[in-house]
Design a protein around this ligand. Sequence first.
Ligand SMILES: Nc1ncnc2c1ncn2[C@@H]1O[C@H](COP(=O)(O)OP(=O)(O)OP(=O)(O)O)[C@@H](O)[C@H]1O
Ligand SMILES: [Mg+2]
Length: 400
Amino acid sequence: MIEIHFARPDLANKIADELTGASLLSDARNGLFLAQARRTGKSWFLQKDLTPALEAKGWIVLYVDFWKDVTRDPAKLITDVVETAFEQHLGFVTRAAKRMGIAKIGVPGTASIDLAPSLDFDALTLADALNELHKRSGKKIALLIDEAQHALTSDAGEAAMIALKSARDQMNAAGNEPTLLLVMSGSHQDKLMRLTNSPAAPFWGSRVELLERLGTRYVDWCIERLQNEFSALKTLNREKLYRAFDEFGNRPQFFLNAIKDAIRELGANAGEADWTERVSDRVLAIAARQKQTDRDAFAATYLQLDPLEQAVLWRLLDRGAQFKPYDAQAMTFYKANIGKSTTAATVQRKLEALREKNPPLLWKSQRAEYSPYDQSLQNWYNFEVNAGRWPPRPHDQEKG
Ligand SMILES: Nc1ncnc2c1ncn2[C@@H]1O[C@H](COP(=O)(O)OP(=O)(O)OP(=O)(O)O)[C@@H](O)[C@H]1O
Ligand SMILES: [Mg+2]
């Protein structure tokens, strides 16, 4: 069977060492925040690389995806995996016990708890549940939360994050070594930063880092596999494929699909002397075309907005985390763009309208902080500004 996972044990071990190590300069024990663009392998890394690396150090690893069910309270999603861990690691009969109607037992802090054969997860706080798991298993716990920024869009999510912060502080204050590690990841650096960047944020003081991208080593790994699988692909042009993978934003699926398409399109000429070179060129061309199509799509979306919506979105893209939708400078900016004064109430309606587009263009946290919904919108804006092409004009569109 062909292995489809490109493993990154070095990176995983490095992060695991930082998390568990005692270096004065490592802040990882306060929580590690990892951001990277959509479809670049964050979830796979957490589950297939970091999980085994931490397990090898003897930690119990719990993985929660906050996007799995956005209608559920994030705290409940966490207690669910904690509960499953009790079953897996301690042979606890939890859900089953409840189903069979076994009586509820005491709450933490009471003497009965250590003797109790079962725990009532509905009565436990998040911190207690994590602490019980640690005490009873004698193992340290790493909690990996995927799409963590999602917690910021509801009161329940905010509360879950504050509960986690308090669990971390309680469990890590006791001894020299931390007993609860938190790793949070998300596809949006800006949104993830909202968990860390103000005194009101639950993890104030921590920093968001970028997860290392798959990069050229992943491309080398693909080339080796392709060459073993298809002898006609013996001499793929490495440099061109590196460039193509980069153009695809380090997204494996797009890259592999392009290779598949190139082979199919050029299949009839397989075997000709320069065939693999032409396949490499075609992959690169597909990448460039894809990038242009994406830019055109963003421009078309932007041009469909009404003038004030455009101005509000522009202001957000320009100001980033400093965006204040209603301050005097913002109002002046809108006026300069639409040619007349507007009111805060109108701007607020536009912000809502931008959130309700399909797909949404704007994201709003529970604390009324705004971000572009998708990081790639910001990347597109930065690219166009750097290329001296901002704002987009209708005729740029038609040419494409
Ligand atoms: N290490 C890897 N080796 C091989 N393929 C990978 C690897 N990482 C990711 N992929 C491929 O890329 C796809 C996307 O990966 P993953 O779901 O981990 O990305 P993500 O960054 O979590 O995406 P999203 O932002 O949508 O959550 C996977 O389904 C897989 O096909
Ligand atoms: Mg993911």
